[in-house]
Ligand binder design. Structure first.
Ligand code: C5P
Length: 239
């Protein structure tokens, strides 16, 4: 079977597979269409289901964003990025706070792999605010810190960052058209906000400069997940 055929159509929607086990995740995946979305596997599902499950998804033609946010010494992160690249994922990520040398080592490892997935970085976790940043000794204004880390990511040659759609415009203006901005916190108009506070609609996020939208519960908890995906996909393509 061919891997990652979704790349041919470059769907903008990345469905977050926030599940505790492979069976629950597969029940959802079996209802989705790889031409309309990619899939995000994070620490919970990866720790429970393992790399074989990630490979299985890639062989089902879904582009996979492996969201493990590597952050360690450069050599260790580079080795982890090589291993992740060999799984055939479409995108993976590291923490920009690991520094320039760590990100350069990660990029080198990805470039040396056969598959060359996109490599992006997390700047500041959106669970953090100015107070929690101060607690860890960072007294720079939060949005300046986000921009500084995004610039460092760009300098290291990575493909982009994960960010709030509300930061997308500022980052797009500073880092150019090619820099990939992956944004969670997306809610279609009328959808439940769940525990997200600063949300934007899919259309707004794309208008602000997002490249890809990470969407979980509006699709995974929908009565008909494929129908929910189709509606959001249509909204994205009607811009
Ligand atoms: O269900 P929902 O659409 O809120 O899921 C969003 C996904 O994006 C979850 O996997 C969440 O962990 C992730 N995420 C986020 N905010 C960030 C980074 C990641 O919501 N800043």
């Amino acid at each position: 079977m061919q891997k990652n055929s979704s790349q041919a159509t470059d769907p903008k929607i990345i469905v977050a597979l926030d599940y505790a086990d492979a069976d629950s995740a597969m029940r959802l995946v079996n209802q989705l269409d790889p031409a309309l979305c990619r899939l995000k596997v994070g620490k919970e599902l990866f720790t429970a289901a393992g790399p074989q499950f990630v490979e299985k998804l890639t062989y089902s033609n879904f582009g996979v964003f492996l969201d493990l946010k590597f952050h360690d010494i450069p050599n260790t992160v580079a080795k982890a990025c090589s291993a992740a690249s060999n799984l055939g994922v479409w995108m993976l990520n590291v923490h920009a706070s690991g520094g320039l040398e760590m990100m350069q080592a990660a990029k080198q490892a990805v470039n040396n792999s056969n598959k060359k997935p996109l490599l992006i970085a997390v700047t500041v976790l959106t669970s953090m605010n100015q107070a929690t940043l101060n607690q860890i000794g960072i007294h720079t204004d939060l949005s300046t810190h986000v921009l500084n880390l995004a610039k460092l990511t760009h300098q290291a040659g990575l493909d982009g960052v994960v960010c709030s759609a509300l930061e997308a415009q500022m980052l797009r203006e500073n880092l150019g058209r090619e820099f990939c901005l992956v944004t969670p916190g997306i809610r279609p108009a009328n959808a439940n906000k769940d525990d997200q506070s600063r949300i934007v609609t899919p259309a707004e996020a794309l208008a602000l400069g997002s490249s890809y939208l990470v969407i979980g519960r509006p699709i995974t908890k929908a009565e008909n997940p494929l129908a929910a995906l189709q509606v959001i996909h249509a909204e994205c393509n009607n811009l």
